[in-house]
Design a protein around this ligand. Structure first.
Ligand code: NAD
Ligand code: IPM
Ligand code: MN
Length: 368
């Protein structure tokens, strides 16, 4: 058998800590299922700046090109915030990776396990028995990448410009991803925009309605982003698929993660076009960041990273059984009362653990 090649970019802050646990989980799956992984560890972000002088070294890009998927940790932190914006980890490495590999579709499955309803800051009666909402976020357009983007001095003042650009074709392709996802789920899609103000959003809404005609079984509704932010808190279980543009998706997915219990639980898959065999080259990473407030303490929740590894098995390697093994093991560890600090609640039957113990609890619950 051929080894499964993965470029591993752990990055900064809690990145390396949670990545270690995800790799251990993958190794366990490999052992049980007779697979073999080839992990190519490469520098990225602040770690790469410190070691190699730039946030995205050529060797890192080459390793990504040679692999079937990228497993990414997180980048950034106070240490590199003084650098020019384009030399910082986020704009110098993370965004270029997304753009370079055409990863326009960002899937963020926000799942509130029944046992975690009390970890949510939202009242348990509003969370009901937990929920499963998929945020489909456009990832390579909008304000993040639109040109011009600059800052200049003008008439004794300072002017900063970011440009929001979407092409109809970009909206069409992400809408298809949203509708196709809805077809495998509860067939309800909520498109989020600001069509009462933005030209971009008017085009977005029109285009989503056009694409909707190809998916007559899916019920579509539209919400303005301010209302969406509110409705999510009021009634998260009422959502199925949320489809939105880059910046709105960035914001709403953190909100979704917290409603589900913690940002430390939210995995993500960033996908490009399928290679035709139903598999995708992709980058898989926690939705949260390097958490400088927790880094180095061994207390971060590794679940978002571990679930991202499961998404990688599913989307890039077609290993559905193996992905489910990991997801079931995470649910089992939670059901058995293991909690990192971020999801700990006041309940004597729960056991607060660190990153390593949580990784251990999960990998010991993986069964073939
Ligand atoms: P953050 O996501 O790092 O942290 C926000 C909050 O969530 C913090 O309180 C943190 O402790 C908590 N948190 C995040 N992940 C957690 C986990 N696994 N377990 C427990 N708690 C967790 O956001 P921030 O503080 O705004 O940003 C810190 C740095 O990370 C910045 O440089 C930012 O640009 C970067 N960032 C990187 C990525 C990425 O690489 N994909 C994503 C988001 C932010
Ligand atoms: C995320 C992060 C990134 C984003 C930052 C670090 C550039 O917040 O993946 O959600 O805004 O996309
Ligand atoms: Mn974000």
């Amino acid at each position: 058998d051929q080894a499964i090649k993965v470029a591993v970019l752990a990055g900064d802050g809690i990145g390396p800590e949670v990545m270690t646990e995800a790799i251990r989980v993958l190794e366990r799956v490999a052992e049980l299922r007779n697979l073999s992984f080839e992990f190519d560890h490469q520098l990225v972000g602040g770690a790469a700046i410190d070691a190699a002088g730039c946030p995205l070294p050529d060797a890192t890009v080459a390793a990504c090109e040679a692999a079937g998927a990228i497993l990414f940790g997180s980048v950034g932190g106070p240490k590199w915030e003084h650098l020019p914006p384009n030399d910082q980890p986020e704009r110098g490495a993370l965004l270029p990776l997304r753009k370079k590999f055409g990863l326009f579709a960002n899937l963020r499955p926000s799942i509130c396990l029944p046992a975690l309803t009390h970890a949510s800051p939202v009242r348990p009666d509003l969370i009901k028995d937990g929920f499963d909402v998929l945020c489909v976020r456009e990832l390579t357009g909008g304000l993040y990448f639109g040109q011009p983007k600059f800052r200049k001095e003008e008439e004794g003042d300072i002017l900063a410009v970011d440009t929001m650009v979407y092409r109809k074709s970009e909206i069409e392709r992400i809408a298809h991803v949203g509708f196709q996802a809805a077809m495998t789920r509860d067939k309800r899609l909520t498109s989020v925009d600001k069509a009462n103000v933005l030209e971009n959003s008017i085009l977005w809404r029109e285009t989503v309605n056009e694409i909707a005609k190809q998916y007559p079984e899916v019920t579509v509704n539209h919400l303005y982003v301010d209302n969406a932010a509110m409705q999510l808190i009021r009634d998260a279980p009422n959502f199925d698929v949320l489809l939105t543009e880059n910046l709105f998706g960035d914001i709403l997915s953190d909100e979704m993660a917290m409603i589900a219990g913690s940002l430390g639980m939210l995995a993500s898959a960033s996908l490009g076009q399928t290679s035709g065999n139903g598999l995708y080259f992709g980058m898989f990473e926690p939705s949260g960041g390097s958490a400088p407030d927790l880094a180095g303490q061994g207390v971060a929740n590794p679940i978002a990273q571990i679930l991202s590894a499961a998404l990688m098995l599913r989307f890039s390697f077609g290993l559905e059984t193996e992905a489910k093994m990991i997801e079931n093991a995470v649910a089992a560890a939670i059901a058995d009362g293991f909690r990192t600090g971020d999801i700990m609640t006041d309940d004597a039957s729960l056991r607060q653990v660190g990153t390593k113990e949580m990784g251990e609890a999960i990998l010991s619950r993986i069964s073939a």
